[in-house]
Design a protein around this ligand. Structure first.
Ligand code: DGL
Length: 270
């Protein structure tokens, strides 16, 4: 039986759109409701309790939209607030486990780099998931907190001198560790992929949590017989002004979503 209800996806801001992009590619019939908490971005520098509270509110909003599943398209929420999933009446998919498994499969020398927000790196969520399948893996992680602001600001051109300089500094310990695989452990980071690849070198495999997660969603919905059969318009909601969001979204997704973005009051949902 088909389930045409939308999939709910949320992030602190624009980053989750890198997951939406992969979902739309792999599951073109699915309807998406996206919430970007642009009024409270970034999440990755806050305490675990605040991230959990925000996650619960974001999930409450998506549930009010009659979603059939919720995806935390945010490495930070996935790292510390995945337990809020137990309270949900719909299936929940996070972005850390699929990315960690994809990295464990991809590495040949068992040396894996992880970059993410301070909360994500501090939680060691990727390391724990990798070591379950690959107990000998050497994991080198570094927090890159400025990346989220650079992406939200739209400074994502491969030639941007400031972003290149910041990335070089953050990636230095990972380049020196001779990893052959790098997890972009924050969903904002695939927006910087060309810069990260250039610094890491062509031989390093970059793992995009969006692709790994979209594959898991496809698998789940197929097995549950819950794929959608009829497509309506996707909807995008934000908790602050939509201008910059729409502008950068166009670069990230390759399509204009300007007329589909609406501002909501997230404080109404809990
Ligand atoms: N995209 C979020 C993540 O994956 C951004 C974190 C933030 O808001 O700091 O962690």
């Amino acid at each position: 039986m088909a389930d045409n209800r939308p999939i709910g996806v949320f992030d602190s801001g624009l980053g989750g759109l890198t997951v939406v992009k992969e979902l739309k590619r792999l599951l073109p019939n699915e309807n998406i409701i996206y919430f970007g908490d642009t009024g409270r971005v970034p999440y990755g520098t806050r305490s675990n309790d605040i991230v959990k509270r925000y996650a619960r509110e974001d999930e409450a909003f998506l549930l009010s939209q009659n979603v059939k599943m919720i995806i935390a398209a945010c490495g930070t929420v996935s790292s510390v607030a995945y337990m809020t999933a137990k309270e949900l009446p719909v299936p929940f998919i996070e972005v850390v486990t699929p990315a960690a498994l994809a990295a464990a499969n991809a590495t040949k020398n068992n040396k894996i780099g992880v970059i993410g927000t301070s909360v994500t790196v501090g939680s060691r969520s990727h390391a724990r998931a990798i070591l379950k399948t690959l107990p000998d893996a050497v994991i080198v992680a570094n927090a890159c907190p400025l990346f989220v602001s650079l992406v939200e600001e739209g400074w994502i051109s491969p030639e941007d001198p400031v972003t290149n300089e910041v990335a070089k500094r953050y990636l230095e310990p990972i380049v020196n560790a001779d990893v052959d695989t790098l997890i972009m452990g924050c969903t904002h980071y695939p927006a910087l992929r060309p810069i990260l690849q250039k610094i890491m070198g062509d031989k390093v495999t970059l793992i995009d949590p969006g692709l790994a997660t979209a594959m898991q969603v496809k698998d789940y919905l197929t097995k549950a017989n819950a794929l959608a059969e009829s497509k309506t318009d996707d909807k995008y909601f934000v908790s602050d002004r939509a201008n910059t969001f729409s502008k950068v979204a166009k670069i990230l997704m390759g399509e204009s979503i300007e007329d589909k973005v609406e501002q909501i009051d997230i404080f109404k949902y809990i």
